[in-house]
Design a protein around this ligand. Structure first.
Ligand code: S3P
Length: 182
């Protein structure tokens, strides 16, 4: 099976399910946010604070391309950040060099997962305080709807089942992408 790039909104399980997909396939696992954090020696929140969101987006875009080029002869599973598919150009590059899978989860489930942790920079206002939940719900829903058409350009759309474990979701995702023939 080809290398796999996982996309989806914040909280969709790209890293959690992705790690288990990689384990089951015996491919190495990479997480784009973690790569960026270790290279810049800053957390994503610090990057947003110090350099701003557009600096992060430019770094993220360059890093996806350089990752794919560096790893084009290897097998891997790479989890993107929720905003990494910034244009169709990025989608096309990913699809040329690997297989793109969107992990789709209902927005209300995502919202309850996302707001459990108060660290993601998009959840904070300019002063660094957690945004009002009603405002946040509206903002994130808008963002989700704006991003969905780009996520849906993926080669595969895996609808994650919230009632199953991450390991079972990982197995089902692999079955969707590489169904067993026997
Ligand atoms: C972002 C998602 C985050 C991280 C950053 C921005 C986004 O990754 O890249 O906070 O714009 O959706 P996760 O999707 O892994 O939370």
């Amino acid at each position: 099976m080809n290398s796999l790039v996982l996309t989806g909104f914040m909280g969709s399980g790209k890293s959690g399910i992705g790690r288990l997909v990689a384990q089951q396939l015996r491919y190495p696992f990479f997480d784009l946010d973690q790569l960026i954090e270790s290279e810049t020696k800053m957390t994503i929140s610090q990057i947003f604070k110090v350099h701003g969101e557009s600096w992060f987006r430019a770094y993220e875009k360059k890093r996806v391309s350089s990752f794919l080029i560096e790893h084009q002869t290897n097998h891997f599973v790479l989890s993107l950040g929720g905003g990494s598919l910034q244009s169709e150009e990025v989608v096309q590059l990913i699809q040329q060099l690997s297989c793109l899978c969107y992990i789709k989860v209902d927005f209300d489930i995502l919202f309850s997962r996302i707001t459990r942790r108060k660290t993601r920079p998009l959840l904070l206002d300019k002063e660094g305080n957690f945004k009002d939940l009603t405002i946040l719900y509206k903002e994130l829903k808008q963002l989700y709807m704006a991003r969905e058409p780009v996520y849906e350009l993926a080669n595969f759309i895996y609808e994650a089942d919230d009632t199953l474990s991450k390991a079972v979701n990982a197995t089902k995702l692999i079955d969707l992408i590489a169904p067993k023939t026997s």
